[in-house]
Design a protein around this ligand. Sequence first.
Ligand SMILES: [Zn+2]
Length: 463
Amino acid sequence: MHLSFHGADRDVTGSCHLIECAGRRVLIDCGLFQGSRELDQDNAEPFGFAADSIDFVLLTHAHLDHCGRLPLLAQRGLRGEIITTAASRELARLVMLDAAHLQEEDIRTRARRAARHGDTNGKPLYSTTDVQNCVDHFGRTAAYGAPLDLAPGLRATFFDAGHILGSASILLELEESGQRRRVLFSGDIGNPGHPLLRGPVTPPHADAVVMETTYGDRLHKSLTASVDELYSAILDTFDRGGNVIIPTFALERAQEILYFLHVGVEQSRLPNAIQVYLDSPMAVSATEIFEHHPECYDAKAAEMFRDGRDPFQLPGLHFVRETAGSIALNSIRGNAIIMAGSGMCTGGRIRHHLKHNLWRPECSVVFVGYASDGTPARRIIDGARHVRILDEDIPVRAQIYTINGFSAHADQAALLAWHKATQASRTFLVHGEEAAMGQFAARLTDTRVEMPKRDDEYDLLAW
Ligand SMILES: [Zn+2]
């Protein structure tokens, strides 16, 4: 009975963990490495295990850093079954297709540049065909709290992690040679008390946990203070005649911000005619998927839906799918809110909006999500005077706001409470930058803590 680590080890992206028990191999997540050129290159490297040796893949949720290497797994010979919740299955398909499109687009751009400079031409990591092949491997869907018997000695139960629509922590009950172990994979743990989704459930007891530590070193501001800050950022910017640019992750964060804009207009804290552009085909599709799954909502959002009030709708909301519509936004000088991806400004349409607004002192850029080291978002947040975007040095003159109370991740206090409830005697920390992870580790008592490195392996029966 072994546990090994193949991504998000002393880092926040590329989640991928392997359990071997009773002759079967179970992968938990197979995420993309993101954030820097070096990490991008890691995606093309061998997994550290043979793709065709995997019997089951259990997916905690549909964020790219958890599902983004699944198409590659299919391309390299996966034969096993992928299991996740119904909502994650829909969202993961969307996220993986978007990733394939971006990679194909990137290759076309590089091919044009290669023609000009004589560089070598690349090949996308995977194509839309690989994504379609991968989707064929999705088998049973998991319902929260209902155990799935995968094989003798191998049972999986998904628990609501309250992080994004369909997200789960996964408990594996393992038995080998008469010995039993309960191993709980946290996935990403949600920030309790947020609107729309239910909070994370109290986790079950486990012998060992593999848990995320994204915000293991800090406490979030309260949500109320964050909403106040968002509204005043918008109103101040409109007073100056500028635009508000919000780099957003397409899943959950975009919908949450739309929800708070909706509430702001409903409570007359924001002007009724406020013009909001959601400039992300993926976020637009994700919003539609959210609308299909009211069963995942908390009581208040469910009630809004029952009353016929769509919590994502606004009188001045425009969904922008086509490129031409996105380019047209470049001519808007002020009084608009433009939301686009990617959240860390590493790619996508947000780069064009930064190029047109970041240098203008009357504008604002509002960061509402995590920005990992080395990304343009992190450089702007850390006070860079210039950032390189689309091969141009853009001066940073806009007002910069970082509002982390919207985070979809639990903060240190919530992570500690979650860990305590598991009563685990052994703890493997993953999905965090080393400093945050170290600070979190120092707060854990009554458990043996490991901070595995990539490809480290542990015998689960040897303790
Ligand atoms: Zn996530």
